[in-house]
Write a protein that binds this ligand. Structure first.
Ligand code: ASP
Length: 328
C-alpha cells in the first residue's frame, strides 16, 4: 500500500523532473524502495562495556536502548537504510547524556571533552571518522559527513572542529558553542564507561556499523582510542558489521574489528564462533572489552570479557526487542 503510493509519487515526479539532478535523486529513491525485496534485517546496539555493577544506571541505559530498538525495527521493516538507522540511533544516544559519547562525554585529564566517532558502510567500504573533536554536537554525524561529503576518512583535533563546524552548520547539523568545552570536572556525575555503538543490516542486504565515545575519563589530552579507527573499533563489509568497546589501545594493536571480519571472510568461520574467538584472543593478549556483530543473514552475536556489556538487539530473526547487560 505504502509502497505503491511511493511508486506512484515517483513516476509523477519523474514526469515533472526537469533536470538530470532531480532524475538522479529520484532514481536513488527508487533504489531505496527495492530494499523491500529483502527478507532479513537486524539492529544490534551497545552502550559500552562495564567494569563494575551499577544496576540502576544499567537499567536506565537498557530502557533507552530498548526504545531505540523498537523505533529501529519499524524503520528497518519499512526499508530505511542501515546507515540511516544507525545514524539516528547513535545521534539519540549522544544527545541523551546517559552514555559516554556526545553530550555525555567524560572530560579528559585537563577537564574538557575530546570526542571520537566513526561510521562505515559495508556494501561499498566507505568510511568516515573524527577524533579529538570538542565542539561538534554529534560526532557520529560529523563522521558520516566525512564519509559522504569528503574524499577523506579521518579528521582530527582543532582543525577538524573548525572545518566541520562550518560544514555541519551549513548542512543543518547542530553544533555547540565554545562554552560546550567545559572545564568543570564532570567525572563524578559521569559514568566511567559507556561508549556507544550500533550495527544494522537493512532489507537491501547492506550492513553499516558506527561507534562514538568520549574515550577514557582520565585520558591525557590528545589520546585517541579505537572508536574512530576503522578496523579497530568499527568495521563493516558485505558479510559482517562490528562495533567495539573496551581498552582502545588493545583494539588498535590487534585490529580487533577487522580481525573478526577476516576470520569470516578468509576462514569461513561462522559469526558466533568468530565473535567469541576474537574476544578469547583479546583476553589472551591481556586486553579488556567486547564487540557486537551483525551478519548478512540477519544473525547477531556478541562477546566480552569485562563484568558487563550493555546491549540490545532486534531483527527478522529476533522479533522481540531484547536488552541485556550480562552474559545472556
Ligand atoms: N574504546 C574506548 C576508548 O578506548 C573506551 C570504551 O569503549 O570504553 O576510547
Amino acid at each position: 500500500m505504502l509502497r505503491s503510493f511511493f511508486i506512484t509519487i515517483f513516476f509523477w515526479s519523474l514526469l515533472l523532473a526537469n533536470s538530470q539532478t532531480q532524475a538522479k535523486e529520484l532514481e536513488n529513491y527508487l533504489q531505496t524502495l527495492t530494499c523491500k525485496a529483502g527478507e532479513n534485517f537486524a539492529l544490534h546496539i551497545h552502550g559500552g562495556v562495564t567494569y563494575r555493577n551499577r544496576p540502576k544506571r544499567d537499567e536506565i541505559r537498557k530502557a533507552f536502548i530498548r526504545d531505540l530498538l523498537i523505533r529501529g525495527k519499524i524503520a528497518l521493516e519499512q526499508g530505511v537504510s542501515a546507515l540511516d538507522v544507525i545514524s539516528f540511533t547513535l545521534t539519540s544516544m549522544e544527545n541523551s547524556g546517559e552514555f559516554n559519547a556526545g553530550s555525555g562525554s567524560i572530560p579528559n585529564q585537563a577537564g574538557y571533552r575530546e570526542m571520537d566517532a566513526s561510521i562505515m558502510a559495508g556494501h561499498n567500504l566507505k568510511a568516515g571518522a573524527v577524533a579529538s573533536v570538542q565542539y561538534v554536537k554529534n560526532p557520529i554525524q560529523a563522521a558520516r559527513y566525512v564519509m559522504e561529503e569528503t574524499k577523506n576518512v579521518l579528521f582530527v583535533g582543532a582543525s577538524a572542529d573548525e572545518f566541520l563546524k562550518n560544514k555541519l552548520a551549513n548542512a543543518d547539523f547542530p553544533t555547540l558553542p565554545p562554552s560546550y568545552a567545559s572545564t568543570e570536572d564532570l567525572s563524578v556525575k559521569s559514568p566511567p564507561h559507556g561508549t556507544i555503538g550500533a550495527v544494522a543490516l537493512d532489507l537491501c542486504g547492506h550492513i553499516a556499523a558506527g561507534t562514538s565515545t568520549g574515550g577514557f575519563g582520565s585520558k591525557i589530552p590528545g589520546r585517541v582510542g579505537d572508536s574512530p579507527i576503522i578496523g579497530a573499533g568499527t568495521y563493516a563489509n558485505e558479510e559482517v558489521g562490528i562495533s567495539a568497546s573496551g581498552h582502545g589501545e588493545y583494539f588498535i594493536r590487534y585490529a580487533i574489528a577487522y580481525d573478526l571480519s577476516a576470520r569470516i571472510r578468509y576462514r569461513g568461520d561462522e559469526l558466533n564462533q568468530a565473535t567469541q574467538d576474537t574476544i578469547r584472543d583479546l583476553t589472551n593478549a591481556g586486553g579488556t572489552g567486547g564487540v557486537i556483530t551483525v551478519n548478512k543473514d540477519g544473525s547477531i552475536a556478541s562477546a566480552f570479557n569485562t563484568s558487563g556489556f550493555i546491549r540490545g538487539y532486534v531483527g527478522s530473526k529476533y522479533p522481540e526487542p531484547t536488552t541485556i547487560s550480562g552474559m545472556n
